[in-house]
Design a protein around this ligand. Structure first.
Ligand code: AMP
Length: 421
């Protein structure tokens, strides 16, 4: 059956009313495919691009099933949603509140980086849904504040990240405490063979929903590359931000240190900017995100900590000040623009050390970026290296590149190395 309206799903009228108030008229493709399967109680493995409505795809059936099924008692957590980042956990909880505003289903958020007291108090109110990042959840479980033995539904959002080296052990430990008899849903923008294999151990006869080929990029994103020496990137960025009509830009760096430096330079140049990365306190991260989403700052400089799942409306540009080590991260980064049907622009700065990464990204996404050569920092040598058939297709260094590039000569004959500021 083709689901074209929300009221074609057998969702509670109270949920349908809330969805309508959110302004959703039609289900997105991932919602149209996932919601009926989840309502029928099936396990699910869904691959869909970021910004395609994945949260509602699991949150609506989850809320419906909790509201319709009698609770075994009134003091157990019945659904657990695990996410890799704190911001995503808060965002999902916000969606649960919006979609469940006419239901009486409590939720709590458990995340690291902030005091545990308020979270413990939230748990004492007996929420039925828990949204959590794995580290703090395990911590509170070991202190006896959380029991997961009555879980009926488990969601792994950004499942590829949750099952990679950084999180897999924590996820396994959590799963040991969740009943085997449960409904499990995995949502992810990308899915490697290795991850699918791990997922198959955790899901029971899942329905697979693949809306777009894994790691595909929305056609609504215009992608451009600038060949530029590392030392010229900051001036190129300031020039672009000042000249172009950029409403709201998210700038990505690979390191926290560089995120801070780029942000400081923008502020010195009179651009309202802030930085967000793993060394900032959770409160500072929330403040920066909120200032960005309310338009108080125009540029947010970030490491990949915010690349996944964050939904800030109206990001017109994503700028890769540095290309990511892993090509999949590029897909997540640029997925922050062109959300919910809007257009977006992705600009990538590529120095000589990053040519291999650029090729890796283009190979993964199967799209070629438009080369922007008409700027004063254009580096012909890097452009030539990129076009040279001898350049390795996917030479991706695992470490950050050296701070300075070899000096190249630009098209106007000047050496492009500039003193570090
Ligand atoms: P997500 O992929 O869950 O992060 O959702 C991306 C954005 O799409 C969010 O701003 C949602 O509010 C919005 N959204 C989700 N479902 C729909 C829908 N059916 N119609 C319109 N917007 C939606």
């Amino acid at each position: 059956m083709n689901y074209e309206q929300f009221d074609e799903f057998s969702l509670s009228p109270r949920i349908l009313r809330a969805v309508k108030e959110e302004g959703y008229t039609q289900p997105t493709p991932v919602q149209a495919r996932a919601i009926p399967e989840l309502l029928a109680g099936r396990d699910l493995l869904a691959t869909a691009q970021t910004g395609t409505g994945k949260t509602a795809a699991f949150a609506l059936p989850l809320l419906h099933l909790l509201a319709e099924r009698p609770a075994p008692d009134n003091h157990s957590i019945r659904a657990l949603i695990l996410t890799p980042t704190r911001e995503l956990a808060l965002q999902i909880d916000g969606c649960l509140h919006a979609y469940g505003k006419y239901l009486k289903i409590g939720s709590a958020v458990i995340l690291g980086g902030v005091a545990q007291g308020p979270q413990v108090r939230a748990l004492q109110k007996r929420p039925e849904i828990l949204v959590a990042t794995p580290g703090r959840l395990l911590d509170l479980m070991s202190q006896g504040y959380v029991r997961l033995d009555k879980i009926e539904m488990l969601v792994l959002d950004e499942a590829d990240r949750m099952l990679d080296m950084g999180f897999i052990n924590d996820v396994r430990k959590i799963l040991e405490r969740v009943p085997a008899e449960r409904q499990t849903m995995f949502f992810s923008a990308t899915l490697s063979t290795e991850i699918s294999r791990l997922a198959s151990d955790m899901l029971r006869d899942p329905v697979t929903v693949a809306i777009t080929p894994p790691a595909s990029v929305s056609r609504k994103i215009d992608q451009h590359v600038f060949f530029v020496g590392q030392d010229n990137k900051r001036d190129l960025l300031t020039g672009i931000i000042k000249r172009k009509n950029i409403r709201r830009a998210l700038v990505f760096t690979r390191t926290k240190h560089r995120a801070d430096r780029v942000m400081k330079q923008l502020v010195q140049e009179g651009v309202a900017a802030d930085a967000i990365h793993g060394d900032k306190s959770q409160n500072a991260r929330q403040r920066a995100l909120s200032a960005f989403s309310h338009g108080k700052i125009r540029v947010l400089v970030a490491t990949d900590v915010v690349a996944r799942g964050i939904d800030v409306e109206g990001i017109s540009h994503v700028i890769n000040f540095e290309l990511p080590n892993e090509p999949e991260s590029y897909v997540h980064r640029i997925g922050r623009t062109a959300r919910a049907g809007a257009d977006g622009i992705a600009l990538s700065f590529c120095c000589a050390d990053e040519v291999g990464m650029l090729r890796g990204i283009e190979k993964l996404t199967r799209c070629e970026m438009t080369a922007e050569e008409d700027h004063e920092f254009h580096c012909t040598a890097t452009a030539a290296l990129y076009r040279s058939p001898r350049a390795l297709p996917v030479a991706i260094p695992r470490k950050s590149p050296r701070r300075g590039d070899r000096p190249f000569t630009t098209h106007n004959g000047r050496a492009n190395r500039r003193p570090q500021r």
